[in-house]
Design a protein around this ligand. Structure first.
Ligand code: BDP
Length: 598
């Protein structure tokens, strides 16, 4: 799915700002048929939950309404007119004046609503968007609505981050020519110094497609024509981790001799491959350093914010991280574009978090009922998961920074039914993108002896909490358990192995000379103990600490103002462990992990 951009044939109007806002229980039936009767206004993009002081809004279950007037530019008479939503979490209904025009389910992928037939160039319309943050066992992520003892509806969910809802990403009105380029799929390669850019275009009408590839200085380095083709790039400059290089692919669609549509796509030439225990980028072994992150900031919730985007990437560079995982949902497209431009490697994860009833059973991991059953992850859940996976891959497959798809976080891969559930999703992902490896983040209860799906995937990504949930406060035992665990997986499958989560809650300012949990010293010692074990295994390809920054969670008893496993606080101040990580990842102590570099 192509992001709307301005070209010679396409225009766009950004609709971010402050919109009228209300929750459904305070509105009449069919609130979209008139101006919303509300004193409230909400920022877009932002989750709505933390904007207001009213707990009824923060904890609202059901629909909320956003509304604003939109004027269609007068020059758009002959064009198609569409609305693009970067995301509406988790479901949306879009109304133009009094009419429902489009719907979308899934809170972290974009969608278009074609409003051409309902608007007039030069005129204004009333745009109303209903958004629901509700989760059920047939949504991704799953959840369930319960009724409290006081008779109030409450959203329950099985993931450890606050269920922020609303219009958290940008909204655009954009124009497309009647005959248009609908999609472009690019795959790249290289042999020696010759790069290749294979492209496939999908169009509505048109006679011919012409393409041109420009280097970073704007010089044309290759040209071609046809709906599908391969461009050769002599003396190619590869896109590399830490050394991004982007070409620009210009695509023109012609009717007769007239150019009727144009689009421009940044392209990084690079390859990704898994061979034996190695993860290769451009044929060279790659070792991941970095974090599982969240889209999470004060007041905005999951609202995309360019200042935090820039600052977070600055902190990644400062600490020497070369990668992150988009735990536990696809992030805003602006984040991936930034990663493309700055050479940060991304593991792109779906929103399938919480497919695990074992987690509800506590540390024993005993599910109250089977995860893969009619009651929980059933065929409809799998259908929603497949649809979401399709939307994720269709959105992100052209990003060079994205090197792997993570299909789920901590599913019950040790339970019966996991294979039947995941095999079709793996097949779908490989069909949509045969070029990228696949993984899932393996939950603690899924061990090298009982996991039922690892052979379907390419990389073993472990989420482990030795020294925290298991052997908490005992780093000696934690080391033993971790080493045994890694060895077990290495013996079971010849695949690269990495940690996608390891971390310890840490309250900044709490200190001790002993191994006391929650202290800054313990977080440092915890990480160092892990690193000592990682470095024993040549098959080990990466370490992503949980988490980059502290983040908001549900109001659980074991969370004090959120999850505190951040290396940075929620407002991005470093805890002591940041210095230790920085020394390791920047190679200040000698060898950089996973390399022979000094
Ligand atoms: C893991 C989850 C992650 C949690 C983390 C924790 O993948 O979302 O935040 O545990 O408990 O199981 O900190």
């Amino acid at each position: 799915m192509l992001k709307p951009i301005a070209t010679a044939t396409r225009e766009l109007v950004n609709l971010d700002g402050v919109w009228r806002f209300a929750i459904d229980s305070r509105l009449p039936e069919s609130p979209w048929t008139a101006q919303l009767d509300t004193p409230l206004e909400a920022a877009v993009p932002a989750s709505y939950n933390d904007l207001f002081t009213d707990p009824e809004i923060r904890n609202h279950v059901g629909w909320v309404y956003y509304q604003r007037p939109v004027r269609v530019p007068r020059g758009w008479t002959d064009d198609r007119v569409l609305l693009r939503f970067g995301a509406a979490t988790h479901a949306a209904r879009v109304y133009v004046d009094d009419r429902l025009i489009g719907e979308h389910i899934g809170g972290y992928t974009p969608f278009d609503v074609d409003v051409t037939e309902h608007v007039t160039a030069g005129a204004e319309f009333r745009l109303t968007v209903a958004v629901s943050g509700d989760l059920s066992n047939e949504t991704v992520p799953p959840g369930k609505i319960e009724v409290t003892g006081a008779g109030r509806r409450k959203q329950v969910y099985y993931h450890d981050f606050y269920n922020y809802a609303g219009l958290a990403r940008s909204v655009w009105l954009h124009s497309l020519p009647q005959v248009a380029i609908d999609d472009i799929v690019v795959t790249t390669g290289h042999v020696g110094t010759v790069g290749s850019v294979h492209y496939v275009t999908h169009t509505t009408g048109g006679d011919e497609v012409r393409v041109r590839l420009r280097d970073a200085r704007g010089v044309i380095v290759a040209e071609g024509s046809g709906r599908e083709g391969t461009l050769e790039v002599q003396d190619v400059t590869l896109w590399k981790p830490g050394a991004a290089y982007l070409y620009d692919l210009e695509i023109e669609l012609l009717t007769g001799a007239a150019v009727v549509d144009t689009y421009a796509l940044p392209v990084g030439v690079r390859t990704v491959e898994v061979r034996g225990y190695e993860f290769l980028i451009n044929g060279e072994p790659f070792y991941f350093t970095g974090f599982g992150k969240h889209e999470d900031t004060p007041v905005r919730g999951k609202g995309h914010d360019n200042a935090y985007l820039v600052h977070d990437f600055q902190l990644l560079e400062w600490i020497g991280a070369n990668s992150f995982r988009t735990s536990h949902y696809p992030y805003a497209e602006e984040v991936l574009e930034f990663a493309d431009r700055h050479g940060i490697v991304v593991i792109d994860e779906t929103a399938a978090v919480g497919l695990n009833m074992g987690v509800v059973g506590g540390l024993a991991g005993k599910p109250p009922f089977p995860t893969f059953s009619e009651q929980y992850a059933n065929d409809r859940t799998q259908g929603a998961h497949a649809q979401h996976l399709r939307e994720l891959i269709e959105r992100d497959r052209n990003h060079p920074s994205v090197v792997m798809w993570c299909i789920a976080n901590e599913p019950a891969s040790n339970e019966d039914g996991a294979r039947e559930y995941f095999e079709p999703l793996v097949n779908l992902a490989r069909e949509l993108d045969p070029t990228r490896p696949l993984t899932y983040a393996v939950v603690l209860f899924a061990t090298f002896t009982n996991d039922q799906i690892i052979d379907l995937f390419d990389v073993v990504s472990l989420n482990r909490y030795y020294g925290w949930y298991v052997a908490g406060g005992d780093l000696e035992t934690a080391r033993e358990y971790l080493a045994r665990d890694l060895q077990g997986w290495i013996d079971r499958v010849e695949k690269p192995i990495m940690m996608t989560e390891y971390g310890a809650d840490t309250e900044p300012g709490v200190h001790s000379v002993w191994d006391k949990v929650w202290t800054e010293e313990y977080q440092t010692a915890f990480l160092e103990a892990h690193h000592e074990v990682f470095d024993r295994f040549p098959q080990f390809v990466g370490e992503q600490v949980w988490n980059f920054a502290d983040f908001a969670t549900d109001n659980g008893l074991h969370r004090v103002d959120g999850n505190k496993k951040g290396i940075f606080t929620r407002d991005r101040k470093p805890k002591s462990a940041a210095t230790s990580l920085r020394r390791r990842w920047r190679g200040l102590d000698g060898r950089k992990p996973g390399t022979t570099e000094h």
